[in-house]
Design a protein around this ligand. Structure first.
Ligand code: MAN
Length: 562
């Protein structure tokens, strides 16, 4: 149910005031609060123009005498005058603005059994029963054309009171919900403030941890540099390792090749024996050209001096090479595997230290290290490579620990920034929309279903196929004006709170979609209607208890709240 901000249409004089005024007979159409102007029964003084006086008999004589229309409270004779906005002087030369404005709000209907109300003067005796404003039918007192408007105030009043009661009930429920929203919003805000306080403590600790780990890394790196100098094993050792493996591989290949060679020689010998036997045993008288050719080839082969296939000296060399023992094979791997690298940058110190008494070595070493660090920090000497392959496990671990502490510090800083910026965001009066943020409501309309998620997004979902189109992302809370009909049926301009959503899906040949969600007081969060005011520019009318105004909202706000 939609609730008007003010449940009363008109400010009507209280009963006691009316009772006292009623003692003096009021002319037709005069409200109790204006009765005092009509007490002189001889002369009538125009209300806004006291200089104009007319005989009392000219009141309600259906002729407009007063410039403010006050002499015709019960007829339409002065209805040409403006009720709300004064006519300009240009419209009626010779008259001031004030003179052309009606002094009375309209024709007063007593509406006994309901509530009194004013009818615009032009509707008096116009032949139409204006029951919504004048339920007693008194606006048609002259019965133009025989028109009689019966008094319907009893039934209309009863219906109105019932509706009013329902509205009051709904308003009470809405204000209760608003109170809950305010409580929730303040709880959420408190939670953010608590988060910030907690994060501040965590950041302090994390910062201290980072500093201590930075110092620790420096110390470990320094120690590592000393250790490298004293235990330096580097590329030579790595090379010795590779060479040893390669030599081992070659040795195995030689053993295998010798074995294959010996097997081949045995087979060759066997074949030569077969052929020698064949040469002796074949029958030369048997005139077989192929056999004769084979025998000749064999004789040529046998006549050739092929020399020793296996050379003894070479064999001895092979025997030496294939010996598995490192020392016997001539290479002292152990020596190379423990060899220090060539001249490191700090080795000079050690070379120098070799000539100094041991008590001075440490002193000199520290001085040299300090000088070297100074030169490195000032870019005179290149800093030693931090390549993980050359740094110790302790340095890697210290560096990793520092990195992970820095990461968690950055993470905490980004969390606190998020929370702080959330606190600075506009969530409406008393931050009430914080409690609604992310809550979604939807409504079917034609081929689409429209969705509104408070302070987040608006969407258009096609019922056929279900494709979702973004109608905008939340940008801000703003005030907007809308035109409405009041209970008297007049168009009035009212200010409302609106939630604005922009940069939605781009529209073919048009702008990016955007939505203005106009909020109204209501018991439920509900989309009343959605309209596409221009191509891809949408508006939604949404009710929510968050914008209902209770009695406390009319109390002037303190300086702090403004
Ligand atoms: C879709 C919908 C409409 C919109 C057109 C623009 O059909 O989003 O609301 O007007 O696209 O092309």
């Amino acid at each position: 149910m939609r609730l008007p901000q003010s449940l009363f249409l008109l400010a009507v004089a209280g009963t006691s005031a009316r009772a006292s005024s009623d003692k003096v007979a009021r002319p037709r159409g005069v409200a109790p609060e204006f009765a005092k102007f009509y007490q002189d029964t001889k002369t009538f003084t125009c209300i806004s123009n006291p200089a104009v006086q007319i005989p009392y008999s000219a009141v309600n004589d259906d002729f407009c005498d007063c410039p403010d229309g006050s002499d015709e409270p019960g007829t339409a004779a002065c209805s040409h005058l403006s009720r709300n906005s004064p006519l300009t002087v240009a419209d009626r030369p010779g008259h001031s603005e004030l003179e052309l404005t009606l002094a009375l709000p309209g024709y007063y209907c007593k509406n006994k059994g309901h509530r009194p109300s004013f009818v615009p003067f032009q509707r008096v005796n116009d032949g139409i029963c204006d029951y919504e404003l004048c339920c007693d039918g008194s606006d048609e007192w002259a019965r133009p054309g025989g028109k009689k408007c019966e008094d319907r105030c009893k039934e209309i009043g009863k219906k109105w009171r019932k509706e009013e009661e329902a509205k009051q009930k709904s308003m009470t429920a809405a204000l209760k919900k608003k109170k809950q929203l305010l409580a929730e919003a303040s709880r959420q805000e408190q939670e953010i403030q608590d988060n910030i306080s907690r994060l501040e403590v965590e950041i302090k600790d994390a910062d201290a941890k980072v500093q201590s780990l930075e110092a620790n890394l420096k110390v470990v790196e320094e120690q590592d540099r000393k250790v490298v100098r004293t235990k330096g094993k580097g590329k030579v050792n790595a090379l010795a390792g590779v060479a040893k493996a390669r030599v081992e591989e070659l040795r195995e290949s030689i053993v295998e090749l010798r074995q294959q060679r010996d097997e081949t020689l045995d087979r060759m010998k066997e074949l030569e024996e077969i052929l020698s036997k064949f040469k002796i045993e074949y029958n030369p008288n048997f005139n077989d050209e192929g056999v004769k050719r084979a025998v000749r080839s064999w004789e040529d082969y046998a006549a050739r001096d092929l020399g020793e296939i296996i050379n003894d000296a070479q064999e001895r060399d092979f025997d030496e090479i294939v010996k598995a023992d490192d020392k016997d094979s001539g290479v002292d791997w152990e020596h190379w595997e423990n060899e220090e690298d060539g001249c490191a940058d700090s080795d000079l110190v050690y070379k120098l230290a070799a000539y100094l008494p041991p008590s001075l070595v440490e002193f000199i070493e520290d001085k040299v290290l300090a000088a070297k660090a100074f030169l490195e920090d000032n870019g005179v000497l290149a800093k030693p490579s931090t390549d993980s392959t050359t740094e110790s496990k302790a340095v890697t671990e210290a560096r990793d620990a520092l990195k992970s502490a820095q990461d968690s510090l950055n993470n905490l800083n980004s969390k606190i920034r998020d929370q702080q910026s959330d606190l600075e965001k506009d969530y409406g009066t008393a931050g009430i929309f914080r409690a609604l943020k992310g809550q979604c409501i939807e409504k079917d309309a034609g081929e689409y279903k429209y969705e509104h998620c408070f302070l987040d997004s608006t969407k258009q979902v096609a019922k056929k196929g279900g494709s979702v189109t973004s109608m905008g992302k939340f940008t801000k809370i703003a005030m907007t004006t809308v035109e409405e009909l009041n209970e008297a049926g007049d168009v009035i301009t009212v200010e409302k709170i609106a939630l604005e959503y922009e940069r939605g899906q781009s529209c073919w040949n048009g702008p990016n979609r955007s939505t203005k969600v106009v909020l109204e007081c209501g018991e439920q969060n509900e989309i009343l209607k959605t309209a596409e005011d221009e191509k891809c520019v949408y508006s939604m009318l949404v009710t929510t208890p968050a914008v209902c105004r209770g009695p406390e909202d009319d109390v002037p706000r303190s300086k702090d709240e403004l």
